[in-house]
Design a protein around this ligand. Structure first.
Ligand SMILES: [Zn+2]
Length: 322
């Protein structure tokens, strides 16, 4: 109840501020500008420039919405990384999420929703939690997490990853299982700043069991899959099952495996995929970023470790950038 009253007050004050400025008809207000996250007055993002806006397709509600870039970044960090992570891991994630969204915007936007720069479907563009979803997900910690994430966004305002003066494709994943992957291992496109690096992170092993009939239906053969070759980063590169051959990424998609870093075990009744890590393995490992942040690495160091050879720049300084 108290939160509702404070929320209402914040909206009224925000409206009064906007109207006051409009009525004065004056110049743009002096920085810092404050982006109030509606209904959650604790989370105010102080930005030094009004900045860009994004057209975001809200996948849950099926509608387009326009919002300031930095507000979007807060929601994306909330959707993509546990808010309990160390501040420098959250700052690194803010830069990666911002870069990823601006990269999409600069390259035609979300391919599934024409007119949108980015969508909130985590399996398509990037996860995003709006303020209500965050309040629900974080429960009693909501206010402190709102402030923590707003700070991470503010500390990295407008910062993006670039390569050769253009926005980088800042891919990331949850856990690399000890080593990240070259981009061409997974996406068939070799990008110089997305190459395999060692990743110090907690082990994350998942055993996925398939009875033989289910696996035969999924793969179109009753033969047990065998790993024929392993990539330089230790992921299954080619897997043969009878006459069928799959790449690790294809098999991962087909069977819903958490990663392509797996071994195959079999018994008479079932085939077990023993997977290490979680995600495609390209770019920044989020749990690796958390490990480095806990060891005292700063967000810039974390990013330049995982995106080898990339630079960190102000989005406003990019020539030809939106
Ligand atoms: Zn999308």
């Amino acid at each position: 109840m108290r939160r509702k009253v404070i929320g209402l007050l914040a909206v009224v004050l925000a409206l009064a501020g906007v109207l006051g400025w409009r009525m004065r008809g004056g110049a743009l207000p002096e920085p810092p500008f404050i982006i109030t996250v509606q209904g959650m007055p604790a989370a105010q993002i102080r930005v030094n420039r009004p900045g860009q806006t994004l057209t975001v397709y809200d996948a849950a509600r099926g509608r387009m919405t326009q919002m300031p870039l930095e507000r979007y970044v807060l929601g994306a960090v909330a959707g993509e990384m546990p808010a309990s992570y160390a501040p420098d891991a959250l700052r690194a994630q803010a830069v990666a999420s911002r870069t990823y969204a601006l990269y999409l915007k600069a390259h035609g936007g979300c391919s599934a929703h024409p007119g949108a720069d980015v969508c909130t479907d985590f399996s398509h563009c990037q996860a995003y939690l709006d303020v209500q979803e965050r309040a629900q997900a974080w429960a009693d910690c909501a206010e402190i997490y709102e402030q923590t994430l707003a700070q991470a966004v503010q500390d990295t305002e407008n910062m993006v990853l670039t390569y050769d003066g253009a926005l980088a494709l800042a891919l990331f994943h949850a856990n690399a299982g000890g080593k990240t992957a070259d981009s061409q291992e997974v996406f068939a496109q070799a990008l110089p700043y997305l190459c395999a690096v060692d990743s110090d992170e907690p082990a994350q092993q998942t055993r996925l069991r398939f009875d033989r009939a289910t696996l035969a239906r999924a793969l179109g053969t009753r033969e047990t899959p065998q790993i024929e070759s392993v990539s330089a980063s230790g992921r299954a590169a080619l897997i043969r099952a009878g006459d069928s051959v799959f790449t690790g990424a294809q098999l991962r998609r087909k069977l819903g495996l958490p990663s392509a870093r797996f071994d195959i075990e079999e018994t008479a009744e079932e085939v077990v995929f023993v997977c290490q890590g979680y995600g495609h393995g390209v770019g920044m490992s989020q749990q690796g970023a958390q490990t480095l942040a806990q060891q005292g690495w700063q967000w810039r160091e974390i990013l330049l470790y995982y995106y080898t050879g990339a630079q960190i720049a102000d989005a406003a300084d990019l020539t030809g950038d939106p």
